[in-house]
Structure formats: C-alpha cells, structure tokens
Design a protein around this ligand. Sequence first.
Ligand SMILES: Cc1cc2nc3c(=O)[nH]c(=O)nc-3n(C[C@H](O)[C@H](O)[C@H](O)COP(=O)(O)OP(=O)(O)OC[C@H]3O[C@@H](n4cnc5c(N)ncnc54)[C@H](O)[C@@H]3O)c2cc1C
Length: 384
Amino acid sequence: MCTAENSSRRNILKSMLGVAAFASLGGCATAMMKNTGARYARPLSRQPFVAPRISHDRIVRVITGLRPFRPKGFVVKREQFDDKTIIHNYGHGGGGISLSWGSSALAVREAMGMPIGKAAVVGGGIMGLTSARLLQDAGWQVSIYTRDVSRHTTSNVGAGQWGPTSVFEEGVASKAFEEQYKFAARIAHHAFQNLSGNPAYGISFAENYFLGNEPQEESYYLRELPELFTSVAHLEPHEHPFPFPYVERMVTMLVQPAIFLRRVRDDFYLAGGTIVVRNFSNRAEILSLDEAVIFNCTGLGAKALFDDEDLMPIKGQLVFMQPDPAVDYLTIGGGSDVTYMFPRRGEILLGGSYQFDDWSTHVEADVTDRIIADNKAIFDNMRL
Ligand SMILES: Cc1cc2nc3c(=O)[nH]c(=O)nc-3n(C[C@H](O)[C@H](O)[C@H](O)COP(=O)(O)OP(=O)(O)OC[C@H]3O[C@@H](n4cnc5c(N)ncnc54)[C@H](O)[C@@H]3O)c2cc1C
C-alpha cells in the first residue's frame, strides 16, 4: 500500500541513492541527443564510453533480496543475558556491503577488555564474516553458526556500489547514530581500499554517473563524507554522453559480493575458523551456545530472534545481463523508478527496486520489464 509516510520514506531513500529525478526522457533530453558526438574527458578510465546492449534476450538471471532496514539506523551494541554477552551488529539497510568492515570494527570494539578466548558469530553474511575475521585478528578463536552459507545470503544479492546509502532515515536516526555511521563508513572505506589492489577480493574503482532531468539533491553520504569520494563534479551536457541535462559524477569502489564473500570466507578458514550450518528458532537457542561471547549478525533475522520491531525489509530486484567487459562505468538514476547499471566481471547488473515492508522474495515480471525499459531508454540514446 502506498501511504503518505511510505511515499516520503521512498523519496528520502531515493534521494540518498542520488536518484532525485525520475521523469522519463523529456524534450530537453531529446534536443540534447542531437548534440555533438564529441569525445569526453574521463577521470579514471582511458577508454571511450561504450553503451551496454539492453534487451530481454540478453538476460541471464533475475534475483531479489531483502535489505535489513531500520529507520533509526543499524544496531551495534553489547547486551548481557546472564553469563552470555551478545554483541549486536545488524540492520544495515541498503549499505551493509559498504559499511561491513567499519560496523564490524565497532562491534569487535565492544568486546575490548573481555578475556580473549572462544567467540561465536551467528550469521554468515558480510557482517558475520567481517566480524569473524576482525575477531580472529584480535586473537579470538571463532566459530560461525549460520542458517545459510554466504552465497545464499542477502549479502550475496547486494549490488555492491561502495556508498553507504539507504541505511537510516534522516531526522529519525539520532545525531549520535550519525556519528557512529560516519565512523563506520570511514573505517570500511579504508579497509576496502586497502584490499582493492588484490583482484582476488573483487573490489575495483569506477566512475559513477548520476543521471536526471532535474537538479539532483546531494546525497547524505556525499555531503557528510566528501573525503571518501573522488572526481566529484557536476557535468555540463557537452561533457558527458548521457541523454540527460543533469549529470553528476564521482569515483568510488564497486565490490562484487560473490567474489568478496568467498575470499573472506577462505581467509576465515585459513585463520582456523569453523562454520556450522544451524538454524536458530529463538533467542534461547542462541544463548545455549557454549561460547560466552556471541555476535549477532543475523541481518533481518534479528527481528524475530531479538524482538526488534524497527527492523523491516526493503525488497530489491536485480536483472543480470550477459557480461560486457567494454563497459567500465556505473550509472544511477534516469529511469521512471529506481534505476541503475553496474558492470561486473561476469555480468551487467541492472537495478532496481525499493519495495518497503515487502517480505516476498519472488521475482516480479513487471519489475523486470520496467528495469529493462528504463535502462534501454538511457543506453540506446547515449551520444557516442
Ligand atoms: C538488491 C540489493 C542491492 C543492494 N545494494 C547494495 C549496494 O550497492 N551497496 C551496499 O553497500 N549494500 C547493498 N545492499 C545491502 C546489503 O546487501 C545488506 O545491507 C547486507 O548484505 C546485510 O548483511 P548482513 O550480513 O547483515 O545480512 P545477511 O547477508 O542477510 O546475513 C544474515 C545471516 O544471518 C543468518 N541468519 C539469519 N537468521 C538466522 C537464524 N534464525 N539462525 C541462523 N542464522 C540466521 C543468515 O543465514 C545469514 O547468513 C543491497 C541489498 C539488496 C537486497
């Protein structure tokens, strides 16, 4: 149901994603398409722009995932249950890939001063794996207990742009949370950048172009964390090939979750960790684990396990097309709803959707059609 509250929340999240303008190609854009076919200066790539080819018959897979969203922001805190210490690290919305190392560093900091020994991590997504690795580095002997191995988690669905977006609602989250968020973002950025030179982690830098028919709101994270984004600029129409009058650019990282999660899991094994596949039906089962220190990295699972009424899903759908190694930039916006294109080693990823409080996980054909149509309208009209 589309209530006023939902619609305002949607607008906030879309603007955080940097997608303020949703009108389809208008007169101005059409006029611009007749513009010059000049070459364009690029800050990162030395190649000319190439348009991805978008069509239904190039689709290789369509998937959905549920972002674990809390309007008040993610939870990192320590809680005592008799002789067990639970350290929570969940609820990162649409930015959990980006925040992972930083949020997990905050969580591991909660264990400082405790006698180092055995620790349990519940959850094998990106928060569980990064928490486990940081615990190992601090000397702990770690076991991960999880219902799903990493390739079956939401983390493996994440699109992977490094931009901690749609993590909280401005005005609802506290100022103290915002400070925690910025701290986590800075640590995480540092950690990802540090790994980006090793192709085995699936992290690369790329130009991002935000497309619109109207001036775009600056996203919260660009405003508050400008030092984490490079080559940020508003581009004039003659400076880019996109059929839009308003184009903003920045350079940031793209993380390929399937590659990254597998590598971090391997690092975890190499450091002596164990993974136990286990589904916990309730909190008491978690508290019955042998370990005295237990990290709760269960994402959306925390809603039922720890009675968190603030946690809600935001369903997202992604369409994967055949790979095209010639495409070396990301686009965000420019469609009739949430729209983006991220090139990966094994596929071209097209997004997306933000479906609030929707627990369903099935693929929706009309969403696929809309994602294809919106992206096709952009790339078939590039001025190359
Ligand atoms: C379509 C989409 C696009 C996204 N794009 C981006 C992006 O571009 N950039 C970005 O930074 N983020 C993005 N995200 C968000 C990101 O994927 C999530 O914030 C992140 O994956 C959450 O990680 P997590 O480890 O907390 O949760 P999960 O990956 O869901 O892991 C939770 C773990 O807990 C386990 N668990 C849960 N309940 C139980 C239980 N009862 N018993 C045992 N185990 C349990 C699960 O099995 C799983 O292993 C996107 C998400 C989606 C869906």
